[in-house]
Design a protein around this ligand. Structure first.
Ligand code: ADP
Ligand code: MG
Length: 310
């Protein structure tokens, strides 16, 4: 059923009180766990081959002394949520035999402005000591264009974090992995320092078939054809498919059904699609322009308006 090796967190993992910004973990997934398009897979293999040659050229042949700043140390996985970007970071770490330092960006940012540089510097130091990969998961905010029209203290802080990060990246020869779900404007300063941007697409028909196969255990009582499930699950991500199997099994169990029928799967797929649509709608709502008070009043009436204002 292709369920690959999943390693448990071991004692390299630590989260002391004063180390909340980052956590050291051992890779949990291998490349064989990932179901991705041949294109994405080829890009990952290209990158791994670069890493192999990089060691030879920079370390053994000594170009790290003469070409220090030409060494690119970062890659970025981008694409829709639930397509396997976080898994891929673990798989790469496993392939390279290194642990990951997962950076909690939100925690870094919530610190006082002056603390930021110290914290990031600590993370890079910790990475070097542990020979680990620095992992900025869901790093949309870091990689997007810098805020030029600063109005808030947080904007200043975000910019400061990026400046410090860029400087540290210049002197760093380990690997940094970023993942992003969606960013409109990449900061060109980061673009220059990122070796490859690898896209994670929503799974095509063939990948969906493999995903359903992976997430339906052989012992699940069902006669539903995998091909059929792949056909009716367009727009679903790997994560959605895994959730759908669980939901379908739950609803069959709730109904005391002896097996999981196509209706159970259809219902779970529908639920996932609906919740995704609802989520998209609420995102658009945020982007709506504000309207004048007079307009609102004309729509809801004077009385309601008074209530709102009270
Ligand atoms: N390409 C994939 N192959 C296999 N399983 C997947 C894939 N994408 C997502 N999954 C499943 O969904 C979960 C969440 O995926 P994740 O890697 O966190 O997605 P992302 O980081 O792109 O949002 C995984 O733990 C796995 O169970
Ligand atoms: Mg992720």
């Amino acid at each position: 059923m292709g369920i690959g090796k999943r390693l448990e967190r071991d004692n390299t993992e630590s989260k002391k009180e004063n180390e909340k910004d980052s956590i050291l973990v051992k890779a949990k997934y291998s490349l064989s766990d990932l179901i991705i398009s041949s294109n994405t897979e080829a890009n990952i293999f290209d990158f791994l081959s670069y890493k192999k040659h990089e060691k030879l050229i920079f370390n053994e042949w000594g170009l790290s002394q003469t070409h220090k700043h030409q060494r690119q140390t970062a890659i970025n996985f981008y694409g829709s949520p639930g397509t396997g970007k976080t898994m891929a970071a673990h798989a790469i770490a496993m392939e390279l035999g290194q642990p990951l330092i997962i950076v909690d960006y939100a925690s870094l940012e919530s610190k006082y402005v002056g603390e930021t540089s110290k914290n990031i510097t600590e993370i890079f130091k910790k990475a070097k000591e542990n020979q680990s990969i620095i992992f900025f998961d869901e790093a949309d905010a870091i990689l997007s264009r810098r805020v030029t029209n600063m109005t808030h203290a947080t904007d200043v802080s975000v910019n400061q974090t990026r400046s410090v990060l860029l400087t540290l990246m210049n002197d760093y020869d380990g690997l940094i992995i970023f993942t992003t779900n969606f960013i409109e404007n990449y900061d060109p300063a980061f673009m220059r320092r990122i070796l490859a941007h690898i896209e994670f697409e929503l799974p095509d028909l063939l990948c969906r078939e493999r995903l359903w196969k992976k997430y339906i255990p052989e012992s699940l009582p069902t006669k539903v054809e995998i091909k059929k499930l792949a056909e009716i699950s367009e727009t679903l991500s790997g994560s959605d498919i895994s959730n759908c199997v669980l939901k379908a099994a739950m609803s069959a169990a709730r109904q005391n059904s002896e097996s999981i029928l196509i209706e159970h799967f259809e219902k779970s797929i529908k639920e996932v699609i609906n919740s995704k649509n609802a989520n998209n709608k609420s995102n658009t709502k945020i982007e709506k322009k504000s309207v004048s008070e007079t307009y609102v009043e004309s729509q809801i009436g004077k009385e309601k308006m008074m209530e709102l204002k009270a």
